[in-house]
Design a protein around this ligand. Structure first.
Ligand SMILES: O=C(O)c1ccccc1NCC(=O)[C@H](O)[C@H](O)COP(=O)(O)O
Length: 269
């Protein structure tokens, strides 16, 4: 499975990170950093629209290869913000997504909306690293972590001010995450990571099992007004969109068109 290859690469990266990482030094620096921008709050309580939006900066992917050859992360992020996104997701994995930590840091310096560090977290040092490079939130993928790891990483992230988007793809993963009782922002990945196929019905199936009080995000394979209208109808609070925006000449125009569309724009309920 492709995810196993990604995790194997991450293990090597984490070994390299471990050779330079010092927890006390990281904690000292973080203590002097400005507070994080509230990622979950921006999605759930900004109340500017009836659907929250996380727009993703994504150059390439394992499933599609190079998506945006003309890739200028800071310009893309500025376009997203100008068009009114609530949050931005930045892929930082180099090997499979052609991302970079430096992209996130540069975007942090250029815009003032909450940033998700989109990567494959398998070690607690990556959580501190995310905070140090300027993220406001991290992703935890239930498919690659044990229940103990999920619980412990959620706690560590929160202790240093980060919000956590916990990602699930099936009922069993969701049940594990809900049993923890500490995940308040849960994303359903519509992409099957074995086949790379996307199916928005995955969101429908899992969102209806989530209790009130959880901010419900639908991720992957969202490509236009029809998809968003459907996600809204099944109770999604927010959506995460990468490739669809990356394939548009003007990401700013693409967001304006979506957010201005019938039933999506306007005040949140
Ligand atoms: O995008 C992929 O091909 C992929 C493959 C394996 C693991 C993760 C993958 N994507 C990460 C993401 O979560 C997406 O970038 C994100 O949900 C946006 O999806 P999309 O709108 O379909 O670009």
């Amino acid at each position: 499975m492709f995810l196993d290859r990604i995790v194997a690469t991450k293990k090597i990266e984490v070994e390299q990170l471990a050779s330079t990482f010092h927890l006390s030094e990281a904690e000292r620096i973080i203590a002097n950093m400005p507070a994080c921008l509230g990622f979950e709050r921006a999605l759930s309580t900004s109340r500017q629209r009836d659907m929250g939006l996380i727009a993703e900066v994504k150059k390439a992917s394992p499933s599609k290869g190079l998506i945006r050859p003309d890739f200028h992360p800071v310009d893309l992020a500025k376009g997203y913000v100008a068009a009114g996104t609530d949050c931005i997701s930045v892929l930082t994995d180099q090997n499979y997504f052609q991302g970079n930590n430096a992209y996130l840091t540069a975007i942090r310096e250029a815009v003032n909306v909450p940033l998700l560090r989109k990567d494959f977290t398998i070690d607690e040092r990556q959580i501190y690293e995310a905070r140090l490079i300027g993220a406001d939130a991290i992703l935890l993928i239930a498919a690659i972590l044990t229940k103990n790891q999920l619980g412990s990483y959620l706690e560590i992230a929160k202790s240093i001010g980060l919000d956590v988007l916990v990602e699930v793809h099936d009922r069993q993963e969701l049940e594990t995450v809900l049993e923890l009782g500490t995940a308040t922002l849960i994303g359903v990945n519509n992409r099957n990571l074995h086949t790379f196929e996307t199916n928005l019905k995955t969101s429908e199936e899992l969102i209806e099992l989530m209790p009130a009080g959880v901010t419900k995000v639908s991720e992957s394979g969202i490509a236009g007004v029809e998809d968003m209208t459907y996600l809204k109808s099944i109770g999604a609070d927010a959506m995460l969109i990468g490739e669809y925006f990356m394939r548009q000449a003007s990401v700013e125009q693409a967001i304006e068109d979506l957010l201005g569309s019938v039933g999506i724009g306007g005040p949140r309920l």
